[in-house]
Design a protein around this ligand. Sequence first.
Ligand SMILES: [Zn+2]
Ligand SMILES: [Zn+2]
Length: 332
Amino acid sequence: MRACILAVPAPIATKPLQLTERPKPTPTGKEVLVRIRACGVCRTDLHVVEGELPVRKSPIIPGHQVVGVVEGCGPEASRFQTGARVGVPWLHQTCGVCEYCRSGRENLCESATFTGWVVDGGYAEYAVAPEDFVYPLPEGFADLHFAPLLCAGIIGFRTLRLSGIEPGGRLGMYGFGAAAHVAIQVARHWNIDVYAFTRDPRHQRLALDLGARWAGGSTDEPPVKLDAALIFAPAGELVIAALKTLKRGATVALGGIHMSPIPPLDYDLLYHERVIRSVANNTRRDGEDFLRIAAEIPIHTEVREFPLEEANGALNLLKNAAIRGAAVLRVG
Ligand SMILES: [Zn+2]
Ligand SMILES: [Zn+2]
């Protein structure tokens, strides 16, 4: 099969991913073999490729927003028929027995493995994944438009929930890429007013097109105080900017796996019970809840399509904020 391989992490401008031929994987145990049609490009892939996340497998095939079709099953797999359309997400597998797994918090499992980081992912023609961690895809979504829902969508949704925002509330979103452009559609569905903070005028435009009440620069002051904020850009200084916009008792939820250092902050900014909380991965329950809502709304993703061989270019554009919505690799 054709696959984009990362041998050594390096700046994306040096094109570290190489398109090469690899043996097609064989499903074992409860795994399914997925023939990939599309794979979303996520900022976490950039963190893997550039080495901001430690190397967990080398070489590695990145990508964890995989849409494809089941082509084969391991000897113990029985959940999907051949030909079923499925999504393979970031959470590859958890242990199922630790205190986190047993208390509905499998996203925190210390033995969890992750697609495109710990095991090979979707920048390729085939991948294998445990059937219990694969999502059946709802009807009505095209492959390319569905792919960004599998991480940007699900993680954005968990970030939205952990922010504690309630219907009718006022919500700030910092960084307006793939995750925010999905999360705003859920927020609007819940009658939440969204205030978008992003330095890129094209992303401000997208936010307004999707129903934001206001869009401004990263450190601009919004016209009202906010009930919660979500941060999707990996810049620690945004935590300070967000705290300045929040009401007393409000939460700023951080949706990324990596962030530059958060500068020292004046305790007055945090006082009055404001909360800073990170969001780590997601549970399968988050994914199921989100995909149900996504089909109900229905969510529309703005995507820019790239062929597999242009994975480096897609990541480079993502790094430079030049993607409106989400980048997706078309594979098959
Ligand atoms: Zn566990
Ligand atoms: Zn992701």
